[in-house]
Design a protein around this ligand. Sequence first.
Ligand code: B12
Length: 318
Amino acid sequence: MTDRAVEPLPPSGPSLTVAAVARQLGVAPATLRTWDRRYGVGPSSHEPGAHRRYSTEDISRLERMRRLVMSGVSPAEAAKWALAGQDPAAQAPAESTSAPESSTRSGGGNVLSLPGARGEVRGLARAAQALDTQECQRILTEAIDEHGVVDAWDGIIVPVLSAVGEKWSNTGRGVETEHALSAAVQEVLGSWIQSCAPSQPSRSVILACAPGEQHALPLWAVAGALAERGVAARILGPNLPEDALGRVVTRLGPAAILLWCQVSDSADVQMVEHLPVTRPAPTVLLGGPGWPDHDYGRGVSRTLDLKDCVERIGRALG
Ligand code: B12
């Protein structure tokens, strides 16, 4: 789907820690540990009991793996290519790196699969597929005006996003639709927030994505629904590094923190456990299907939908 520029790798030099490599590649430390554990793409020499240290060659391999995963290759497949020191793009047409085609599964053709969907949903899907971002924005603005953010998100936006995602996973196609729709959703929610002119609560609300996590739209939905209630939130966007979050929490002493994690590779349980202690303690909400079931400790809990999330943030603010 998207890719990002990565700083050039050092030509040689001392081996790096997992945190330094994670920073350099723009992925979560937990992802690097998972790639090592599951696929054997880790440091070439790792002595039991010692910290992982990555050599320049290890980092090049990880960079290849990251690039393949970001271009849509499954992690298992990407690991095989990375370990073999090869790039599938150099061996075969680009489409062979996409998920296999299937014309029988739902969403596999040129249309989005939205059985029984209401008119606004079909209209938004059509506009998104036509890459008509103005029409997407018009439909979204009207939907939010008419139904409010929570209902527009759950009833109109989520079904279309899910169908777009499903189509991509079935056919490897539709990334452009996904980008156009995401941009329109973010744009409209941004304007909505501005138009509500929400005021900053006495203790802040922080909305951020876990490190490595690029799916930030739900943060905008939460901010939009809070704005509707007059409450301003601080959206810290995608891929927030653990140390940055720590600094923000210490600095602002927030009443509530939402950490979004859409894909499990971005879920960093330790990051949640290492949040700085502030008084009064914030309500920490973990949103998104990427978080594993785990006992995260006091004050931390999962939130499963937008309404619940916004209500709990409201309660945290008192
Ligand atoms: C838009 C999108 C992108 C955009 C994001 C743009 C942006 N500004 O956010 C971009 C292009 C960056 C992107 C990138 C990628 N994406 Co993407 N993306 C999506 C898409 C279409 C929508 C994401 C979204 O906003 N979801 C939010 C809602 C719509 O989805 P949901 O979580 O399923 O909703 C449920 C719950 O979370 C809950 N819920 C809904 N809203 C809310 C709100 C709150 C506050 C709460 C608490 C709960 C809640 O209710 C829903 C129903 O149960 C999804 C499809 C999908 N179904 O999500 C794929 C999807 C998430 N992406 C996917 C993938 C694989 C990727 C990439 C790895 C692909 C690649 N190789 O490049 C990358 C990198 C991701 C990374 N490391 O973060 C997969 C993830 C598969 C998996 N389970 O791991 C998905 C599911 C597509 C698919 N069907 O395969 N993506």
